[in-house]
Design a protein around this ligand. Structure first.
Ligand code: ZN
Length: 560
């Protein structure tokens, strides 16, 4: 394979009228088609158009996040945010034709029922009457992104963004951690009114969209928008209860052990990030060194990952350095008409760099291996399924962690497993919060904070914010980007983690076998709904009773 250099990509900005004409032509050709073969060709042409649009959207949004200060790129991004819902309307129109037309059975036979289940979610969650609301939603979430990217925190004589302050929040010196948390939350406190108002506007906007579709609440709409096919809010609520029953007591015990290791009577919030008194292990080199080590790691892992990573890095499909003006976070995006994913991160010299990086490469590899799927919608699984590939790779690369951490690799592995277990209660808290928020969409910002505090007592009973006034008043959730930008996208991580931990259990017994199972699952992409995909890989669905208990027992045995 060879990918065109990323720097040479410049997808044309779609012109609405041209795209509309191309859709009309496809629809006319589909109606006139006289055979299954001809209909198949029209669908292939439609898929190529969809991939072209998807590439154009991903590219503009990525370019903006690479430099949020570039006025030209920002203007292009704004135009794309206006255009994207209109393109989506054309897509949904074509899908509706396939769903409602007389050839559905023939097409389901050809492409499988999952595409139709996905499109049915799209159809039910979209209406032209929502167009302006969706544009407004994009604007508000972009405002949140910009606000957080604008952080310029003065600390120890440096000006830092939210990513840059993180290493100080993990410092081995307790006073430094405490001061760094004060500085970090000072930024949020200074923008309280904006953060409260933005979220309030988003909640009311989202609830309004659900009402326009005749749905009882935004929760229902969110499940449709997230294309949750083979489970519902009842399953998720039971999963949260399983976490409260099986994981919270163990997580509380892990926090007590952590306090003892740190020589503290009790753990304050600013101690939580320091799992180990020796300091969290750090990768032993800079950005370029990390890339070399990563190549050595994937060469050792073998299979398709080695050539894949070489081409991705060689083609410029990685942007991992922290820069002023660059948006925070890490993610994987995709240019499906080019055939390549792209990985974005903000290295800050912590062990998190290795984690984010292996995570996003897991997404990228699955997506790359699924590019040959006949439909754009099959190039990714739905999100909770996609996260199995990213989190799964974090665990499957465990034997290679010496590449980054040398003698500290075992400390990294123990920390990774411990953090994973500690994450489950936080993850379900973020999910539970959003279910509560949309059950009471008229709640005030103070009432929302009270909801969060109650959930912290349930899922994070050890948490003590001390003199950090802002999170102590229940506003911790405001730093959780997903709550603003990707509503109800969070339980996905906990469901996927439960599956990724099963890969970890398998890999302890049979590393090659576990990796082979992972490789075999990658090209299946989004052909199946979540639980069916998990069972296809020979894993247990997180909703099966006892699944979580077994994984937690294995993890406890390892840590003991
Ligand atoms: Zn991910």
């Amino acid at each position: 394979m060879s990918l065109p250099a990323f720097a040479t990509l410049a997808p044309a900005e779609p012109v609405l009228e041209d795209v509309r004409a191309r859709f009309s032509e496809l629809e006319a050709r589909f109606d006139a088609a006289g055979s299954a073969e001809e209909r198949g060709q029209v669908i292939a042409d439609w898929d190529a158009l969809s991939r072209e649009m998807s590439t154009a959207i991903s590219w503009v949004r990525l370019r903006f996040r690479q430099d949020t200060r570039d006025a030209e790129v920002k203007a292009a991004r704004d135009r794309m945010d206006e255009l994207a819902p209109k393109l989506q309307e054309l897509e949904v129109g074509f899908k509706r034709k396939l769903l409602e037309g007389p050839h559905r059975a023939e097409l389901e036979g050809r492409f499988g029922p999952q595409a139709f289940a996905l499109w049915d979610c799209d159809r039910r969650s979209f209406d032209p009457a929502l167009k302006d609301d969706l544009t407004q939603e994009s604007k508000l979430t972009a405002d949140y992104t910009e606000l957080l990217a604008s952080a310029a925190i003065e600390f120890q004589g440096e000006t830092l963004n939210l990513s840059g302050i993180t290493p100080f929040c993990q410092d081995a010196d307790r006073e430094v951690r405490h001061a760094a948390e004060h500085a970090r939350w000072g930024f949020f406190a200074a923008h309280q009114a904006q953060l409260d108002t933005l979220y309030d506007q988003l909640v009311k906007l989202r609830q309004g969209m659900a009402r326009k579709l005749g749905l009882g609440s935004y929760t229902e709409l969110a499940y449709l928008r997230r294309q949750r096919i083979d489970y519902g809010p009842g399953d998720v609520a039971r999963f949260r209860e399983e976490v409260a029953t099986h994981v919270v007591p163990m997580a509380h015990e892990l926090r007590r052990q952590q306090a003892r290791r740190l020589g503290l009577e009790s753990l304050a919030y600013w101690d939580e990030a320091l799992l180990d008194p020796a300091g969290n292990p750090k990768p032993q080199g800079d950005h370029d060194w990390m890339l070399q080590r990563a190549q050595a790691m994937f060469d050792a892992v073998g299979g398709g990952l080695s050539p894949f990573f070489r081409d991705l890095a060689g083609g410029g499909y990685l942007d991992l350095e922290t820069r002023e003006g660059k948006a925070g976070g890490g993610f994987c995006t995709s240019f499906p008409s080019v055939g390549s994913p792209f990985v974005f991160a903000n290295f800050n010299g912590t062990e998190g760099d290795v984690k984010v990086f292996t995570h996003e490469i897991g997404h990228a590899y699955q997506n790359f291996k699924s590019m040959g799927q006949p439909l754009l919608d099959y190039t990714w699984p739905t999100i909770e399924g996609a996260e199995v590939f990213s989190m799964g790779l974090e665990f499957l690369t465990w034997p290679q962690m010496e590449q980054f951490f040398g003698d500290d690799a075992e400390r990294y592995r123990r920390g990774h497993l411990t953090e994973s277990l500690l994450f489950l209660p936080y993850g379900v808290a973020v999910d539970h919060f959003q279910h509560e928020v949309f059950a009471r969409p008229d709640a005030s910002p103070a009432e929302r904070n009270a909801i969060w505090q109650e959930l912290e007592r349930l899922y994070l009973p050890w948490r003590d914010y001390g003199d950090l006034g802002y999170p102590a008043r229940g506003a911790f959730w405001q730093r959780q980007r997903h709550i603003y930008c990707y509503p109800f996208y969070y339980i996905d991580y906990t469901l996927a983690l439960t599956c990724a931990l099963q890969f970890w259990v398998l890999a302890r017994k049979d590393p090659q076998g576990a990796m082979a199972r992972y490789e075999a699952l990658c090209p299946t992409g989004g052909q199946r709904p979540f639980q069916a995909m998990i069972r296809e890989a020979g894993l247990s669905s997180p909703f099966e009773p006892g699944c979580l208990r077994e994984v937690v027992e294995q993890a406890r045995a390892y840590l003991d």
